[in-house]
Design a protein around this ligand. Sequence first.
Ligand code: AGV
Ligand code: CA
Length: 312
Amino acid sequence: MTKNVYLNHDAGVDDLVSLFLLTQMEDIQLTGVSVIPADGYLEPGTDASRKIIDRFCSYPVEVAKSNSRAANPFPAEWRMHTFVVDALPILNESGKMETPLSDLFAHKHLIETLKKTKEKTTLLFTGPLTDLARALDEAPEIEDKIEKLVWMGGTFQEMGNVEEPEHDGTAEWNAFWDPYAVQRVWASGLKIDMVALESTKQVPLTLEVRNKWASERKYEGVDFLGQCYAAVPPLVHMETNSTYYLWDVLTTASVGREDLVSSKVVKSTVIAEGPSQGRTTQLDEGREVNVVYDVKADDFFSYIIELAKKIS
Ligand code: AGV
Ligand code: CA
């Protein structure tokens, strides 16, 4: 059966690769895309999304821009990656952008798209949850139209991936960008799959992964993967603050192939203020989330290559 999926992403390299892979999944119907300028910039993020849909998607999908703002912004150095993907020749060959741009802001576009889609929709959020929190505030009735939320974010490990002054390092970045939005979504009745750092840690960008893509670059889609990930640093000798994992791509793959990941139910709460802001913790009185904590990494990498090879 075909699954309706609405993607809200934040214009990082793995966000844009996620959009590309979604367009290749057979049982997935993308109902809409919106872009929030968190780990990337809005204009190139929106343009790159429209160009990816133009080039790779066989049916029309509308793109919307967010006007949401950060509690804690991402470093500009990371956000610059959006410009690289948007400028790739493969996305600019036609010299046109035909995918329609909505005149609604992302949260309103989300509400409208959910309402006009007949069946329920799976929400895939690969950045902060701000647009969803705003949509729920404005139209709480949309909960009935949402199958579930699949979110890349959070961790229950001791250390997250935020290394910023005045923070203790326990949060994951998408939660840290807007912890209040995570609280709002946690307060909803939605079913939540949380693809936490526990699982994404198992899929780093390595030289081996890169070389594999390079060796199969005769496939246009595999070449596109390699070109996108050329903009970001791999894991070589040890992890640094900039080391890239396939965070969002794993999250996206888990929507297309649920068997790739293992999850468990955790009761959780979110800290919104102080040095641990954005930290997700376990709490017996907390809300239930389904935490993806493990992945069949080899099968995951094979799956994304297989999807990318569908482009000839
Ligand atoms: O925390 C992971 C999230 C994912 O949605 N993002 C990157 C992915 O798109 C933020 C992030 C954490 N560490 C990063 C990040 C890094 N080293 N470079 C770029 N973004
Ligand atoms: Ca992201």
